[in-house]
Write a protein that binds this ligand. Structure first.
Ligand code: MN
Length: 753
């Protein structure tokens, strides 16, 4: 690519005359000769970008001693081959300026505009991504991440041009770098070129990688191939002649090109299919480019008359294009001397797409303004992309569309050890944690994304480095279920919560059953082992439970009433001679305030109970309220305020399902309750009220405004989380002092009937 061909040499730097400056100027002159498809303003902008980049890279040298600027110029020249627009060429010239020369994005915005700066910035980001060391065997994920991170297809094209030039000049690099860079090119960049249909670049990258990965094998194969071609020169000439003749007789103007296999494809076939060199290379290929689409089929007929087709080798990629837009008819024929010859037939536009893929768009725009060739770009995928590009003139929207086709809904992120994980788009930190391991998920308490703390519900972006912070004592929060995206996280959280609920229910059930038999005058539950164990067996037969744990869990969940089970248990214990203690009975039943009974009989609540205990949504009790516990059917213990109308109604109907509950001295969390705030309408009222609640150190968990804005006064209902009644009183006092607040009071639901 380092062209030194003659041309108008531009004196561009103050050091013109020096060898370095003239080498740079010469290669820029070569670039200029390639951009005659652009207008004078564009050319002038490119010249400015060149001066800017040249100054930035001043004094830096390539490994071969050339001034560094020759590299960006070569990259821009490749982009010019694809006829990319001026913005892309400017970005190509400045693609290493941010990373290597301390130029800022802002400087580029100011001098060349935001679109060019965005392109350069995108390239810089990809460059940095490359340096993030990654685990082996993740080429595919890395490739997808690269593609997903680029916001504009031009970024990828410039990147491919950059890589192509670096591969072409690899010989200047130290040998110990060859392997890493070449295998990266082979695994990541060549497939990207292929996927975007840039077949020429694809083959070149493969061959160059092969050459630097296995220099010796490359040499041997190259020489062998050269020899084989020499031997068969007569055959190739004869086929060429016969085919030309056949088309001339039917007056169809075609271009016939001999197709050479790339060294890498020969090598790979020999390697993967265990074929000999002769088996791989004894196949010759020709490409025939015809004027019109229908000519493909006519030409096929002509060829099949000329040589006998090999059965099972015909492929119609014209009617059904490959996903990357490739179109051609393929057939294999038996030629002179019984040699197999592969033919590809296609139109000129198909040929351009086949060689340049996505870049064909710019090639067309540049070469044939207003021509009908674009409508002959038959492939649907590419065609739809080109339509979008034409309609929007927006390369990033264009690219979004390609991306949706390439990898619909994924986001690619790094673990701190540079392993890449693929998650569905919209996935959060919690999804990430569960994707690593369910133990990590369960214990997640925080996260650093790219080194900064973020909330757990944060959605991840491509390329994020995500470090989960765990705590051994942490447990999954049921609220996570409202934002996780992956089924894995959801089911793991659910499963864990269920298991925890089960444990809590068993514990609660045991406490309740113990309390129940104390009321029968028996101090403790029968032993699980020894002679008393038979009592459990009988009790289980009575209740129909499989085992003791299931019975206790049923009691805890309210599926069975502790009092009734307790009565039966007392009878069974009586049968084996355990007599009720009359003192205990009277103390439990008539003197329930005794210290001991309080300690053992009443269920104490501190807010850590999890899902086996619910705080009723009708009255929303908070510490300090007098409360009662109701064993709902199958829903565990429901805690109501004692004066709650709903609780009163249940009490009248279902008294035996109520148990005594009390607040712990120091609850471990805050509790939600509702307040009604009546305000006069006016600007910023809601904000003032919210601020007032916050200043009393309470969290607002929900706001509900009536929709009668026409009235002078409005009721706003807030759900607030408070420590206890005292705290709630503080909140209400703070509210009453707030301007525009007419009234503030705790909300209590009206009795339902
Ligand atoms: Mn570069």
């Amino acid at each position: 690519m380092m062209s030194t061909e003659a041309g108008p040499v531009e004196p561009v730097t103050a050091e013109s005359g020096s060898a370095a400056a003239s080498a740079a100027a010469a290669s820029f002159a070569a670039l200029l000769s390639k951009i005659d498809y652009l207008g004078p303003t564009d050319v002038e902008n490119i010249r400015q970008a060149y001066r800017f980049a040249d100054e930035a890279h001043l004094g830096q040298l390539r490994k071969n001693g050339d001034p560094y600027i020759t590299h960006p110029i070569a990259v821009a020249a490749q982009c010019a081959e694809w006829k990319l627009d001026a913005q892309a060429l400017m970005a190509a010239l400045m693609h290493d300026a941010i990373e290597d020369c301390g130029v800022t994005k802002q400087e580029i915005v100011e001098r060349f505009g935001a679109p060019v700066a965005e392109l350069v910035d995108g390239l810089t980001k990809l460059e940095r991504l490359e340096f993030t060391s990654r685990e082996q065997n993740q080429a595919e994920s890395f490739r997808k991440m690269l593609l997903a991170m680029a916001k504009d297809v031009r970024v990828i094209l410039i990147k491919l041009a950059d890589r192509t030039h670096n591969m072409r000049t690899m010989g200047d690099m130290p040998r110990d770098k060859w392997h890493r860079i070449s295998s990266e090119t082979l695994e990541i960049y060549a497939p990207i070129a292929h996927r975007l249909g840039l077949n020429f670049t694809y083959r070149e990258l493969q061959d160059l990688s092969f050459r630097f990965l296995h220099p010796w094998r490359y040499e041997v194969l190259a020489r062998a191939l050269e020899k084989a071609r020499g031997r068969r020169r007569d055959l190739i000439a004869r086929v060429q002649h016969e085919v030309e003749d056949a088309f001339a007789r039917h007056s169809m103007p075609v271009r016939i090109l001999g197709r050479e296999k790339t060294l890498y494809s020969v090598y790979r076939k020999m390697d993967s299919k265990h074929l000999s060199f002769a088996q791989v290379t004894d196949i010759y290929g020709f490409r025939i480019v015809v004027p019109e689409l229908t000519d493909c089929y006519t030409a096929l007929g002509l060829l099949h008359q000329l040589y006998k087709p090999l059965p099972g080798k015909f492929r119609d990629y014209v009617a059904i294009p490959k996903v990357n837009g490739y179109q051609s008819l393929h057939t294999t024929l038996v030629g002179p001397f019984g040699t197999n010859i592969e033919f590809q037939l296609r139109t000129h536009s198909m040929d351009v797409v086949a060689e340049s893929g996505v870049a064909a768009h710019w090639l067309y725009k540049a070469n044939e303004p207003g021509s009908d060739t674009s409508q002959r770009l038959g492939t649907q995928w590419l065609q739809s992309l080109l339509d979008i590009q034409q309609e929007t003139h927006d390369a990033s929207e264009f690219w979004d569309h390609i991306k949706i086709d390439l990898f619909p809904d994924a986001v690619y992120v790094f673990t701190p050890k540079s392993k890449i994980l693929s998650l569905p788009r919209g996935a959060t930190v919690v999804d990430f944690a569960y994707a690593i391991h369910s133990d990590v998920g369960h214990r997640t308490v925080g996260v650093r994304i790219n080194g900064e703390q973020h909330p757990l519900r944060t959605e991840l972006n491509n390329g994020d480095v995500v470090e989960v912070i765990t705590d051994d004592k942490a447990e999954p929060n049921p609220a996570w279920l409202s934002f996780v995206k992956t089924g894995r996280a959801r089911s793991k959280i659910r499963h864990h919560l269920k298991a925890v609920a089960q444990d809590k229910a068993i514990e609660l059930g045991e406490r309740m059953l113990r309390q129940a038999i104390r009321s029968e005058g028996i101090a403790r539950l029968p032993d699980e082992e020894g002679e008393q164990s038979a009592v459990w067996d009988k009790l289980l037969r009575f209740t129909g439970n499989k085992n003791r744990v299931e019975l206790l869990s049923d009691i805890g969940m309210g599926r069975r009433i502790a009092g009734m089970v307790g009565k039966k248990l007392a009878v069974l214990l009586g049968e084996i001679g355990v007599k009720p203690d009359a003192v205990l009975i009277s103390r439990e039943r008539y003197n329930a305030t005794g210290e001991e009974s309080m300690a053992q009989g009443v269920v104490t609540l501190d807010g850590s109970e999890g899902v086996s205990v619910q705080y009723a949504s009708c009255c929303k009790p908070i510490p300090g309220d007098k409360i009662v516990g109701y064993l709902g059917r199958g829903e565990g213990l429901v805690v109501h305020a004692e004066d709650c109308p709903t609780a009163r109604r249940l009490m009248a109907r279902d008294a035996e399902r109520f148990i005594e509950v009390e607040w712990a001295d120091e609850p471990v969390r805050s509790f939600e309750t509702d307040v009604i705030v009546t305000v006069t309408n006016g600007k910023g009222v809601l904000a003032r009220v919210a601020l007032s609640i916050a200043s009393a150190e309470a969290d607002i968990t929900h706001v509900n405004m009536g929709d009668e804005p026409a009235q002078t006064a409005t009721d706003i209902r807030f759900s607030v989380a408070v420590r206890d009644r005292q705290h709630l009183a503080d909140v209400l006092r703070s509210l009453k002092r707030t301007p525009s607040v007419v009234k503030a009071q705790r909300f209590k639901a009206a009795p339902r009937n």
